[in-house]
Ligand binder design. Structure first.
Ligand code: GCB
Length: 621
């Protein structure tokens, strides 16, 4: 059907909403989104690896960076896959003889010898690319590499990416051969003071190509990125998109949502960008109770991308969080991106189904994906299951607030997180930080980040996990002394009364004095327990202690008038090098409600009961 002949719904160019599409990832080319909806060749599977703690494949003996291009016949080149050809060729590495490693996966959980390893590992993968379609373009895409990745294709450097939890891509058009291509990536997870996160965290520094790797194959001019979500009005879908390619100017993109009987065109300007408002009456709105996703089709020059997208409105009014106009109580739980049952970083759909399935079993309608952007499967499965999401960047504890590079890094991670997940109805909160010490520089840093987040996305709520303190001169009045309260949409704070602060009974007399008329979420509370260790409730580390802590904490929090949700710490025990108590911790943070074996602890059921009551109380609001 011709575009002109189509019955057009109201479409207008307008300036009022976010232009989300088309941001640049850190040191990289613009990010391509909805990679699962595109033609691709997976490079997941078995790779070869060389552990290189002194980075001798990168630096020479004077610690100068080796030749960036392949220099045959000497070992004085980078580890670029060169094969000896002459008897005098001295090449001191051999990827073909190297051991296998699985991608995606961290290296720590694959090999005991790499469990504590922090440093450089070279990854190598051979692949053929037989069917290069005339005029098409290819991009090498990484879901994430922790923390820095230097990427080479067929012996030539494509670029470098910094930041361990966000995707990146490089154009490789014209660089692929029908046979015998090879990708080499130097991944380095060395911690650094100036990095984001910095050297001190309470989670495992899993290194490696931890998420999917693939070659995306797109048309010469293609839809690189788009935003399709409801704005404030439940009858209007806001669309913005960005094309990439020589033919990007003055194009028409067809948007179809067959189940909503929507067909509309969006025209691009001279820069290949387009915006539109599409009238949409009687949409089946996404909510935790009804996680309905529409199939959305975007067509440019007969090339189609599809994606399942949910539509819902989101607002804060006074102390209420409204989804589709309905007040919510966020029955949440914090989650680390880890599959303790298998060991290592979570990365797959199955991992996401396991973790979010547990959250569902607990009665959750909300999760806090701590403390960094999780893999895309998490937010997609959350969309499917009807679980609202708090998504965070690793601005954790003590970042270098005065370092401009550190800011740039944090800002890029924020941008890429939002760029990747802006079409997920499940995502309702972008979190800027966790437990950052108050100072003027810190506040400036976070305020700048908030401004950026709001420029990218005017619909999601902005927050940060702050800290609370006992008000000086009082016995047990709890206050938040953080100027960030003024700038966030939701006041969120972590509090550990009964664990790091007194015993659980301290909760009985605690009173929270929160000065802002905004919704409040308790972004963390909890205590450690070793699953299977039983005793009196006053014995630390027993399941009974943790159970009692939950029983004492919930009534305390209930007294906060603005309380609109919580995400206790944490769904499952997780690995942390800071947790060294023998026979109890053994390298695990034990605040999980579920053990690494999948066994539930007693406190799980306390929270589950509470959430069942909360759900019933909110049902008729
Ligand atoms: C916190 C941090 C979290 C830690 C937790 C703990 O406040 O935000 O990352 O793991 O406490 O267990 O101490």
């Amino acid at each position: 059907m011709k575009l002109q002949a189509m019955k057009k719904l109201f479409i207008g160019l307008f300036a009022s909403f976010t232009m989300l599409a088309g941001s640049t990832s850190y040191g990289q080319e613009p990010l391509i989104t909805n990679v699962d909806g595109r033609t691709s060749l997976t490079l997941n599977g078995v790779w070869k690896y060389i552990v290189d703690p002194y980075q001798s494949g990168y630096y020479d003996y004077r610690r100068d960076v080796r030749d960036q291009q392949q220099k045959p016949s000497t070992s004085e080149s980078l580890f670029l896959g060169y094969k000896p050809q002459n008897p005098s060729d001295r090449v001191e590495y051999d990827f073909d003889k190297a051991d296998n490693i699985l991608v995606p996966r961290d290296w720590n959980s694959q090999f005991e010898k790499l469990f504590y390893y922090e440093g450089s590992v070279w990854y190598y993968k051979k692949f053929d690319y037989p069917d290069v379609k005339e005029g098409n373009r290819q991009f090498l895409y990484f879901g994430a590499a922790n923390y820095e990745a230097d990427v080479y294709l067929n012996g030539k450097k494509l670029g470098k990416h910094i930041g361990g939890f966000t995707p990146f891509n490089f154009e490789v058009t014209g660089k692929l051969k029908p046979e015998g291509n090879f990708v080499i990536v130097k991944v380095d997870n060395t911690r650094g003071l100036e990095k984001v996160p910095t050297i001190n965290t309470d989670w495992w520094n899993y290194g490696g190509l931890t998420r999917d790797v693939k070659i995306l194959d797109v048309a010469g001019t293609f839809i690189q990125d788009y935003y399709i979500q409801l704005g404030k009005d439940k009858n209007q879908i806001e669309v913005s998109l960005v094309l990439n390619g020589n033919g990007k100017a003055n194009q028409s993109v067809l948007i179809e949502i067959p189940e909503a009987k929507i067909k509309a065109t969006v025209n691009t300007d001279g820069e290949g960008k387009g915006k539109a408002l599409i009238n949409a009456k009687n949409l089946n709105l996404w909510s935790p109770e009804n996680p309905f996703l529409y199939e959305v089709k975007l067509t440019l020059n007969n090339n189609v991308i599809t994606e399942k997208i949910g539509f819902r409105t989101l607002q804060v009014q006074g102390t209420e969080i409204l989804v589709n106009g309905k007040p919510q109580f966020l029955r949440g739980i914090c989650i680390h991106e880890e599959n303790g049952v298998r060991g290592g970083r979570a990365f797959s759909r199955d991992d996401a189904r396991m973790l979010l399935g547990w959250a569902k079993e607990l009665g959750c309608n909300f999760v806090r994906l701590a403390h960094y952007p999780h893999n895309e499967n998490m937010t997609r499965v959350a969309d499917e299951l009807g679980i609202m999401v708090w998504s965070e960047v690793p601005v954790y504890w003590t970042i270098q607030w005065k370092n401009e590079e550190t800011y740039k890094n944090a800002s890029h991670q924020l941008t890429d997180m939002i760029t990747r997940d802006k079409n997920r109805a499940s995502v309702i909160v972008w979190s800027m930080a966790n437990e950052t010490p108050v100072s003027p520089e810190r506040t400036e840093f976070l305020k700048k980040m908030i401004t950026e987040a709001r420029q990218l996305d005017q619909i999601r709520l902005v927050s940060a996990a702050l800290e609370r303190h006992t008000k000086p001169g009082t016995q047990n009045t709890q206050i938040i002394q953080d100027p960030m309260q003024e700038f966030v949409d939701i006041i969120a704070f972590n509090q550990y009364i009964g664990w790091y602060d007194g015993l659980p009974e301290k909760a009985r007399t605690a009173v929270f004095d929160i000065q802002f008329n905004k919704p409040v979420i308790i972004s963390e509370f909890g205590g450690g327990a070793l699953q299977g260790y039983h005793g009196e409730k006053n014995v630390l580390w027993t399941e009974e202690f943790q159970e009692d802590l939950y029983k004492e904490t919930l009534p305390m929090l209930e007294k906060i008038p603005q309380l609109r949700g919580m995400t206790p710490w944490i769904l499952a025990d997780f690995r942390s090098p800071r947790r060294l108590l023998p026979d109890i911790q053994d390298g695990w943070n034990r605040k999980g409600l579920i053990a690494p074996t999948g066994e539930k602890k007693k406190a799980f059921y306390v929270l589950k009961d509470y959430y069942a009551k909360k759900k019933a109380a909110y049902e008729n609001k």
